[in-house]
Design a protein around this ligand. Sequence first.
Ligand code: NAD
Length: 487
Amino acid sequence: MITSTLATPRPEVSLRIGGEKRHTASGGTYQHINPCDGTPDAEIPMAGAAEIDEAVEAAHGAFLGWRQTNPAERRRILMRFADLIEQNTDDFTRLGTFDNGTPSGLVGGLVAMSVEWTRYYAGWADKISSDIASSFRTHGEFSYTLSQPYGVIGVIITWNGPLISLAMKVPAALAAGNTVVIKPSELTPFSANLYADLAAEAGIPAGVINVVPGSAEAGARLVAHPLVKKVTFTGGPDTARKILSTCAEQIKPAVMELGGKSGNIIFEDADLDLACGYGTMMSVGLMSGQGCALPTRMIVARPLYDDVIARVSAIASMIKVGDPFDLDTLSGPVVNEAALERIVGMIDRAKQDGARLITGGERIGGDLADGYFLQPTVFADVDPNSELAQKEVFGPVLSIMPFDTEDEAIEIANRTPYGLSGCLFTNNLKRAHRVVEALETGEVLINGAINLGVHRPFGGIGISGMGKEGGRQGLDEFLWTKSVSIA
Ligand code: NAD
């Protein structure tokens, strides 16, 4: 039994609509379960159709005022918001761990990243410029463009990064002059609750950020609302298809940040300590495999294959799984019972498919038996066409497979319908450039580069989604271009 997560009471979660807190809502309540011990730890009011509609109307009502707020003032307010998030790092860290069981050491890093994302887009608020096409005066006309906000943006996020997912969307939307209605995942309500408190404290006007915890039905209502002019979504491809079909009916644009099955190619000249440490910790440690861009398929040059398997196995079996508030813990529970059962099912089928289990593969018992804890699990000899190599597990399971030539490595890396992220380890610069160009992924991380730098756009192709978060492109997602010409 883990006692540290039981020690502190959970905060009372409320809806935020037009600056007002609501402690009850027409969508009933959701019982939040502590993933460390399977016990209920909070009752969350859930938005129904009525509250979603009210939140959208509040955001619509606030739009004109926010859009007309001096951009420098928008920058100042968003900077204050970033400062407040930073000052509340300890609380966000605790709440993030309460939300989904991610080790608090890692959540703290994600809070710092969220501060950077917020500051970065605050800085864009008064630097949104237009193009002037005066040199193209075909008919003696002077032409220019205007970049304009859409209005109300529907923000729907999943549970694995309850603060960073907001930081990747909301500051960019607000810097561009939009207002937002946020529907956090029902599984992780606590971080979004504090986020709403601090937004108000920063001076973000009532109605500019509305937060409505709710179910899938609430999300669907938000997407379908005609006053929602664009949707930005982080979650799985199945939900994305439903959202996009509603968007298609209304010809509504959407950003889709979906899943991944990232290949991690380890070439013969790689720094093996680095490659194996990074490849193992990122895939089966830290977030227990619950990250979209994690390198879950290790594609290894055949001469290194046995050595890499031995190294990865040693690292994986040393990962301490347990109490996420213990600073020695490197991996916490998976998010809930359904996730645990799904992952165990995939592990069992991988064994039947002929993959060789190297380490792990079981639910953890003993003191952790009541929580949703899994052993870091590594399979070798994974068939690149098998379910394990083709489907996102979203749990602590790594697949290792060999390659003989550079072309084959690229072909295996590209052989899934996903295209979010890719990794490679090599010290050969020419090869790195060749492989980067050939990989069909939205990003490539070389020799252990860190993910989610705010200065560069993040987002996939294929069933990993469409649109970008980060960099100038992340801002442009929340602006539409009007072309103007004066005779
Ligand atoms: P999900 O798709 O089931 O749910 C995500 C959100 O969508 C939740 O808030 C949920 O309530 C809402 N929702 C569900 N049905 C809806 C509907 N019909 N209409 C509107 N909203 C609806 O999420 P999941 O599958 O549990 O999340 C994990 C997935 O998220 C993984 O595939 C992971 O890779 C992906 N992910 C992607 C990124 C990224 O940036 N690319 C980041 C984190 C997670």
